[in-house]
Structures are given as structure tokens and as C-alpha cells.
Design a binder for this molecule. Sequence first.
Ligand SMILES: [Zn+2]
Ligand SMILES: [Zn+2]
Length: 397
Amino acid sequence: MNIEPRIAAWHEELTRIRRDIHAHPELGFEEERTSAIVARELREYGCEVTTGIAKTGVVGTIRVGNSPRAVGLRADMDCLPMQEMNSFAHASKFKGRMHGCGHDGHTTMLLGAAKYLAETRNFQGTVHLIFQPAEEGQGGGRVMVEEGLFEKFPCDAIFAMHNWPVLEAGKFQIRPGPMLAGGMRFDITVKGRGTHGAKPETGIDPVITAAHIATAAQSIVSRTMSPHEPVVLSVTQIHAGDAYNVIPETAVLRGTIRCFSEQAREQVRATFTRIAHEMAGAFGAEAIVDIKDGYPPLVNDEKEAGFLADVATEIVGAENVERNGPRIMGSEDFSYMLQAVPGAFVMLGQGGGTSGSGHTSCEVHNPGYDFNDDVLPLGATLFARLVEKKLSTEAAA
Ligand SMILES: [Zn+2]
Ligand SMILES: [Zn+2]
């Protein structure tokens, strides 16, 4: 493996930073301590530092020469509202807060790349190191874009990575085009007419109506979408009634929808809305449909995904880079940045054994999860090489 020796020499220091952030996890838009560490480190390395973007977001900038070319690298800093079950020394010090998605590792890898790039300056142009808040559900990436991230820090291309426990450490997985799903969540309120449970003929039953809507919704994916267009529609909650002998006034259905294109998203939204209204109407009830957008699908630029795969191949070899990896039904708010600037998102393997702390690898969002410190130098090397290749001194000459 072709790890940058300078970065490999910082492995211990990077591990210390990663575990310190892991022990002090902070929720979305509350990453005060973490962003203070990031800003302090970046200043120490000699970067220009801008704080307070999307509340706790930080951007570090390194300029070499006067080439107008610029690359953005992004990491996320927030933790999850969940209880950590690990007992190692760097386990979360806070109840109900945990770095269960490895954003502590993403932040540390980007710091490693920043230190390397600031010291070696082996490129021509500008690199913006983007540390974003609130990836887990609150759309910190969207807020940064809305607050003018790319007007203040224009980038020709942007890159980010996510650790991936189901992929062996030392491997990368990417795909051109749509890679992670876009999401929507829905609330459907069925309004009937409450009555005595023994006299259904005097009311309109929202429970039976909701059950029919839930069943009919399952035909949306199987009967109205192309089999080549992956979509998931899950009803995850049905709430109605409080008594054995009362037919309630209302019933509520909730759940999630995942798909890979804006067109699929609009198609599912329209079909589900129609089914809910007309199914309710068939029973004499009424449906109030509220389908809210989550993150958009994450779409890798074909050229930049190929470029990233080429750079990864130089580091770990072709046999360790899956260029046409599977689509993933999870979502990521880096998708908002990719809507603004072409770029690519890659999965960094961190599984297949024990992590740096001797901890057995498990899935992200699991209470026993830990980022694998073994891959810190690899992720930092990939970030650094992306900049050196994109802004190569040869190309500028
Ligand atoms: Zn997550
Ligand atoms: Zn994550």
C-alpha cells in the first residue's frame, strides 16, 4: 500500500485526535468543541481559517501560487443521539451521544490531509478543507451551501469519503452516477368519523381505511415503477385509537421512501398522494397527505468518480478499488454539495477484523461501533493525493 510516509508518521497523533473527538461527541449544529479543535489545528498547520458557517462549520484554506484552480475536500463532524455500549477508554463521556457513524474518523482524516498539504504545498492552486456540521438528518451540508459556501470558497471539484464497515480495510468502493439514495418521509392522516365500536354503520372507520392505504402503497414500487429503478417504500408507523370499543376519528400512517433520481422521487410522491386520497375517498374518509423531502440522491460526477478511482488505484492497487460498486439505500447530505459542484463520494473500507483499539468491527449506527484507526493514514493519503493530482504542478506549467 502506497501510503504517504509523512502521514504514516503521524498515525499515533491522528489516533489521539480521533479518540479524543470520539470521547467528546457533539450533536448536529452543537459541534462547538469539535470545531474549536479543527480551527485550532488548521491554524497551527498554517491554513487560513473561516469559522461560523452554518453555525459550527469550519473551512480551512491553503493557497499555492496564483492558479485560479480550486479543490474542496469535505468531512462531517457530528455524532448521533444514541447510547454507546463500548467500554474502551475513549468511549463517549456523554449519555445518549455517540460517534456511531465514524464522523470522528472523517474529521481526523481531513485534518491529516490538511497538515500534509500545508507542509508540503506540492500543488498549484487552492484547496478548501470543509468541515460541516449536522450530517445526521439536519442537513448541515445544505445549510452551508445556502449560506454561500461555494460563492465564498469556489471549487472546481469536491470530494468526500465515508467509512464502510462491510468493506474490508484497505479497499475503496465507488460508482459513477447515483450512488446513495434520496429520501422522503411521509405523514398521512386519515380522517373518518368516530363512533361506538359496536355500531360501525354510524361512523367512518379510519383504521380500516389506513390499513387499505398501507396495503395499496405496496403496489407503488411493484406496479408503477420500472424494475430498473430501485425504490423502497416502508410504512413504519400506524397509530390509531385508544379503546377496545371506540372507532376513532383519525388514524396516522408514517414511513420512509428511498430512491435514486429526482424523477423517481416525484413519481412516487404523485402516485402515493393519489392512492391515499382516492383510497380514503372510497371509504368515505379523507386523507391529509404530507410527504417531506429528505436528502436528495447522491450523484457522483462520472469524470470525477473515475478520477478518484484512478487516484485510489495508485494507492491501494486496482484489485482493492471497486469502480462499479453497488447502489446504497442510505442517504448523505454531501448530495447538496454535489448538486452545486461536480465531485465524488467514496466508501472507505474499515471492516474485516479488529479496529485499532482491538475492537471487533460492526455496522455504523450500532451501539458497539467504533471507527477503525488503522485506516486514518489511508484516508488522509487519498484526500491529499486527490489535491496533488487535481492541482498538479505539471498540469499548471
Ligand atoms: Zn450515519
Ligand atoms: Zn455518516
